[in-house]
Design a protein around this ligand. Structure first.
Ligand code: URA
Length: 253
């Protein structure tokens, strides 16, 4: 094959990116032409097998001991029982003002968030910022009255942005619960189906959105996820109604 020049290689890379190939999954290429011995499907159990660890009990215990946001972040960084950690570049903890009256909870970091270490910084995050600016709220406001605090159910990017698995959400929920306790917001916004599932135990965002619910003693407003709004612009009308609903609930204190 003739050697490729710079522009051809660049075009080939851009084509792959457009097809969704945006990361190398393994550090080394796999030679699939080499036969690999299959493990014995009924291998006898070793008497020395490690005792199974209760991932939820461990995260609950770590979360309960965290007495500050910094301590919670350190506890989450040290938690090794969630496989997502292995494929992610870094933990995405939170962004915004801890004194904010409104806490937004999304699903999980995507590619941009994984790179930058902050939640909602990609296209969906830009739309989120724009939406909340229309009701006078921002993650960069120093004043709690006009501020936002933003985090996700999962702090690590799922590979290829796949949906979170129920067991991943279950093992990270104690950390989220402690996060909510430490921030102690007046109101929570659950962004999309996965956040609603984690916080309210319910799915069906089209039915849930716009109706106040309660989780961890806090009022929760389910809203359409901004990534959904990017794909479905006609749903912005409902999102706007939900923003006005949130604003009217935020009477000045
Ligand atoms: N979607 C989310 O739910 N969270 C992010 O941080 C980014 C995109």
């Amino acid at each position: 094959m003739a050697e490729m020049g710079y522009w051809e290689m660049r075009a080939a890379l851009e084509w792959q990116l457009a097809m969704g190939v945006d990361e190398a999954i393994l550090p080394k290429p796999v030679d699939r032409t080499v036969a690999v011995a299959k493990p014995d499907p009924v291998a006898p159990k070793s008497e020395m097998a490690a005792p199974s660890v209760d991932a939820v009990a461990v995260s609950r215990s770590l979360a309960e001991q965290a007495s500050s946001l910094d301590a919670l972040k350190v506890a989450m960084e040290g938690y090794d029982l969630c496989e997502l950690k292995l494929g992610a570049r870094q933990l995405v903890f939170a962004d915004g003002q801890p004194k904010a009256r409104v806490m937004i909870i999304g699903e999980a970091p995507g590619r941009d968030e994984d790179l930058q270490g902050k939640p909602f910084v990609g296209r969906a995050g830009q739309l989120l910022d724009l939406m909340f600016s229309h009701i006078g709220l921002s993650r960069i406001s120093p004043d709690g009255e006009h501020a936002l605090y933003i985090t996700n159910v999962l702090p690590w990017r799922p590979p290829q942005n796949r949906d979170p698995k129920p067991e991943e959400m279950a093992m990270m929920l104690p950390f989220l619960t402690r996060h909510i306790e430490l921030i102690d917001p007046d109101l929570i916004v659950a962004m999309g189906n996965h956040a609603c599932h984690a916080l309210l135990g319910k799915r069906g965002i089209t039915r849930l959105r716009g109706t106040w619910a309660e989780a961890f003693g806090k009022p929760v407003l389910p809203m359409f996820h901004p990534a959904y709004l990017l794909r479905t612009p006609e749903a912005k009308r409902e999102a706007w109604a939900d923003l006005l609903n949130l604003k009217s609930r935020l009477r000045p204190q």
